[in-house]
Design a binder for this molecule. Structure first.
Ligand SMILES: Cc1cc2nc3c(=O)[nH]c(=O)nc-3n(C[C@H](O)[C@H](O)[C@H](O)COP(=O)(O)OP(=O)(O)OC[C@H]3O[C@@H](n4cnc5c(N)ncnc54)[C@H](O)[C@@H]3O)c2cc1C
Length: 466
């Protein structure tokens, strides 16, 4: 639509035959194409592509999508949103599980063009928020450097870091946000800010700024020396019942307490199949071998991978890279098994009897517990050394209703049992007390940051900071 308008304006101007838009000629036209930002509305060919995210379950229609090429473009878009009284959602990698990076009838700031990686020195990089994990690893691993990111290839470093970020190397190096050194951000008035002299802004961006009070346009990270190799160990049990699954989960909690920091582990109950994964990016210690022997003795089948170079080992966990129908959400962060021992059988009963449903618990702990990291970040759940998630996948929209009902039933089992800590990067639209669940004691402090940078609440969605 705006392209047509631009063409009309260009034709009546004496410079109409020039190939590139001349913004000074059309400065009153917000939809004019310029080097900093391009606006899209319903009906534009690219609008459809740009409005969609990774989760096909979510379908939203913003009034304007502003694809920004730089901070100036973001600032201009913000000012347009203010003028038009539109709420603003921010999109980097588009992997938000509840689609909070899109909205209905508002403006979406699309940062897909901000995906570059710039080396500041051999241990520091500045990254655009839409840089995906696969792009990042492809650039830094050949130089034997790493940031502890997540596992899936298409996740954007922007959303991941601003909500915390855990993955296979988090116990060794901390959360993704713990390696963040500074950000540049356009605030809710359109001003360009930096965290260089603002520790409070940096603190808030380490776990508390998923589209809450500004558009982060670049993130500077400290790099770590990458482990050379990674090996994985897998244990499977088939056709399991709830009593068996609970017993193995209890065992898993017990052995995980003895894993070295170089290891990550996940307990995955997928309908009636039970799967345990251990990855190790360090030495193979006798302690680790003992854990492997114990898990082997209670599983139907176990396999070891060969020790692979880290770059290829990480690719094993890249996951599917095209949009899917799914619901995936945090199902509680725990300190130990006792927190769920009284309700887990009920929850597992629902999972075991629902094809397409997965209950997974992942290890945290290790360097995530570092006190300096804790003080420097708004991620509030470091004392919980286990993170659980619930997942459902389907192919046909007709399967959705029943799976979502079951999903909610499992979530209610945990919530009614008093599970409160939840991970903001795995949001659930049905969490009523999400302020406490995601942000805990840091909510009020984050509100102060919000008031400073977004006094008119331009950035708002169902679960944004109030
Ligand atoms: C398949 C899959 C695998 C995943 N694996 C992991 C994993 O291994 N570890 C893990 O910790 N998480 C994982 N996640 C969760 C992931 O961390 C979050 O979904 C994350 O927020 C996605 O970031 P994004 O930029 O891709 O998404 P987006 O949808 O673009 O953004 C997510 C949220 O962050 C906000 N946001 C994004 N960019 C900015 C910005 N520049 N400034 C301000 N706000 C912004 C958005 O408004 C939105 O609220 C996974 C998610 C999926 C779907």
């Amino acid at each position: 639509m705006h392209r047509k308008k631009f063409l009309q304006l260009a034709l009546i101007s004496p410079l109409g035959l020039l190939a590139r838009p001349m913004n000074w000629l059309i400065s009153n036209n917000p939809f004019a194409e310029n080097a900093d930002v391009t606006y899209f509305k319903k009906g534009d060919a690219e609008y459809e592509l740009l409005r969609k995210g990774f989760n096909k379950r979510i379908d939203k229609y913003p009034e304007i999508i502003a694809r920004c090429n730089n901070e100036k473009g973001v600032s201009e878009a913000i000012k347009l949103a203010i003028k038009k009284s539109l709420s603003v959602a921010v999109k980097s990698g588009g992997h938000c599980m509840e689609g909070f990076s899109c909205n209905n009838n508002g403006m979406v700031i699309n940062l897909s063009a901000l995906n570059k990686i710039e080396w500041l020195d051999e241990n520091t990089i500045r990254v655009g928020p839409a840089c995906t994990l696969a792009m990042l690893y492809d650039v830094i691993l050949p130089k034997n450097k790493i940031i502890p990111g997540g596992s899936c290839a298409g996740v954007g470093i922007g959303g991941l870091t601003l909500g915390g970020g855990y993955g296979l190397l988090a116990r060794k190096f901390g959360l993704t946000c713990d390696s963040l050194q500074s950000v540049t951000m356009v605030d809710g008035i359109g001003n360009i800010r930096t965290s260089d002299n603002d520790n409070e802004l940096l603190w808030a961006c380490k776990g508390g700024n998923n589209g809450n009070f500004g558009v982060v346009t670049s993130l500077t990270f400290k790099l770590h020396d990458a482990p050379q190799t990674m090996q994985s160990f897998k244990f499977r049990s088939f056709n399991v019942n709830t009593v068996f699954a609970k017993a193995i989960l209890e065992k898993w909690f017990a052995v995980c307490g003895r894993l070295p920091e170089s290891c990550f582990s996940a307990f995955v109950l997928n309908h009636k199949t039970l799967y345990i994964l251990i990855t190790n990016a360090g030495k193979h210690t006798p302690q680790l071998q003992q854990v492997i022997n114990e898990l082997k003795s209670v599983s139907d089948k176990s396999t070891n991978s060969i020790r692979q170079p880290l770059a290829s080992a990480l690719k094993n966990y890249y996951g599917r890279q095209y949009p899917l129908y799914f619901k995936n959400a945090s199902a509680g962060l725990y300190k130990d098994f006792s927190e769920i021992s009284g309700c887990i059988e009920k929850a597992m009963e629902l999972v075991v009897n629902t094809p397409g449903m997965i209950y997974q618990v992942n290890t945290l702990g290790g360097k995530i517990l570092n006190k300096e990291f804790e003080t420097a970040s708004s991620f509030p759940h470091r004392d919980c050394i286990y993170f659980s998630e619930l997942q459902s996948y389907w192919e046909q929209p007709a399967q959705e209703k029943k799976l979502l009902q079951r999903f909610q039933q499992v979530q209610e089992v945990f919530i009614n049992h008093g599970i409160k800590a939840q991970y903001r990067n795995y949001p659930d639209i049905n969490f009523k007390d999400w302020k406490e669940y995601y942000y805990s004691k840091n909510y009020v402090r984050l509100q102060t940051v919000k008031r400073k940078f977004d006094p008119d609440n331009l950035f708002r969605y169902e679960q944004s900071l109030g």
